[in-house]
Write a protein that binds this ligand. Sequence first.
Ligand code: FAD
Ligand code: A2P
Length: 272
Amino acid sequence: MFDNILTDDFTPPKTCTVERVTAVKHWTDTLFSFRITRPAAFRFRAGEFVMIGLMIEGKPVLRAYSICSPTWDEELEFYSIKAPGGKLTTELQHIEIGDGVLLGTKPTGTLVHDALIPGDHLYLFSTGTGIAPFASIIREPETYDKFKEVILTHTCRTGAELDYGKQLVADLRKDPLVGELVGDRLIHFTSTTRDETQDQRGRITDLILNGELFEAIGRPILQPATDRVMICGSDAMLRDLKQIMLDKGFTEGSNAAPAQFVIEKAFAGEGV
Ligand code: FAD
Ligand code: A2P
């Protein structure tokens, strides 16, 4: 069981602060999102991840989590899996408003504007919880200063797993701060692979290669001259999509050497 109280006399590990849960929403049996307080000194770049955790049986258990919030948010939002048998999420899925959560002090990551050179269109390819960093990027005004159009794709096994992303985009379009800036410059493309829904059918890799993605959104096929790409998903998805990017002549970027596409794991597994 986790210690959800974390009273004021509790001293967190050196690289963490204790924050309070302000909201929790369960989307499916395996997915939920939550919001926590944000310390005044906590700074991050849109698209970065940070360590999040709980005290479980007297020990800190911390895992990497993409920050879904844009940098202007007064709180911090996260979108989480409930991994079967997972040490952290078996407990984290039970958090309630007012509970204490450990927040790391050093956000980092490669899905950031600094790792891409300028372009016209920003493609954000995600599967599963890989949409989390892009929830931050699409709500960040800098994104629309840098790119003419933003294309967010989200592919999941079932239709219900797309709901967080759909709500996110619907809320963004109505947002008093950035809704007008976003206007019709954000395209949201959804597909499922194991469920018959109103969404497109198929893996994003196949939909890129057979051209169905570009037909559906009415845009030219991906090209390194004008397009920039961020990718977040499972190891298998990253491996296959990275190869497609390389075959198309895109160069991979990093914080130290910005280029045309960047990738990051949505969760740890085998290396890419
Ligand atoms: P673990 O022991 O970590 O994992 C148990 C099993 O579940 C493993 O087999 C693992 O492959 C699988 N798994 C873990 N995470 C996921 C996932 N997200 N989707 C599908 N299967 C998964 N997780 C999130 O839910 N949201 C995020 O925003 C997020 N961002 C991450 C960013 C980075 C850079 C990395 C490396 C990981 C991220 N993760 C994210 C994964 C997260 O760190 C944990 O693995 C997750 O919270 C499960 O922790 P656990 O201790 O319960 O289970
Ligand atoms: P599929 O159902 O065909 O495996 P997961 O939950 O396993 O991370 O998968 C999330 C989504 O990513 C699913 O729609 C899955 O499709 C898709 N996916 C899995 N592997 C790949 C891959 N190698 N390339 C592209 N998409 C993938």
